[in-house]
Design a protein around this ligand. Sequence first.
Ligand SMILES: C[S@@+](CC[C@H](N)C(=O)[O-])C[C@H]1O[C@@H](n2cnc3c(N)ncnc32)[C@H](O)[C@@H]1O
Length: 191
Amino acid sequence: MSKSVLFKRFLRNPVQVGALCPSSRGLCGAIVSQVGMENAEVIVELGPGTGAITREIVLRMPKNAKFIAIELDAALCGHLRQTFPGVTVCNGSAAGIGDILDCHALSSPDVVISGLPWANFSAKLQREILESVIEHIAPGGCFTTFAYLQGLLFPSGQRFRRLLDELFSEVETSPIIWKNLPPAFVYRCRK
Ligand SMILES: C[S@@+](CC[C@H](N)C(=O)[O-])C[C@H]1O[C@@H](n2cnc3c(N)ncnc32)[C@H](O)[C@@H]1O
């Protein structure tokens, strides 16, 4: 079900959606591990798509933590709300994370998890979103995202890596997750 939903949204807007099929369980597990989820009070997910990573977050987050997912595609927001009735799904851009947190009276997130297709974004959009994240994430908070292996061949993927190094005090990469289509790896960054 989620596979066909994401595929249809991809056909409508390939640059924004950026993936033909949802991330594998292995990749989702790697994205949500070693980010301090067990102690998090506020968690934000950017670009949840059909919710492959959302599912892992819901399984692992502390019971009393606040979790908000920010998705630009209105149809995918509808799908997410149906699939995860307990999750606050906000239809908006990740660049507006500050206003969205204010609107929901949430404090700085300890963990920000992104499924955004960074390699498809312009330099301006990459910077705009990442600067908003760094401005609002709690000190010592963790920002985590993934990149497809082949993305490193492209200038936009390399530019994204340099931007992470510029903005975060610590950037760590996971081993390659081969059991994903296409193979990918995770960036874990600390403010
Ligand atoms: C690759 S899909 C995520 C798939 C899902 N996380 C997974 O791993 O299966 C990327 C998602 O980011 C959303 N997106 C793109 N630009 C966005 C933005 N500026 N703000 C919020 N969501 C955005 C797209 O609509 C799409 O649903």
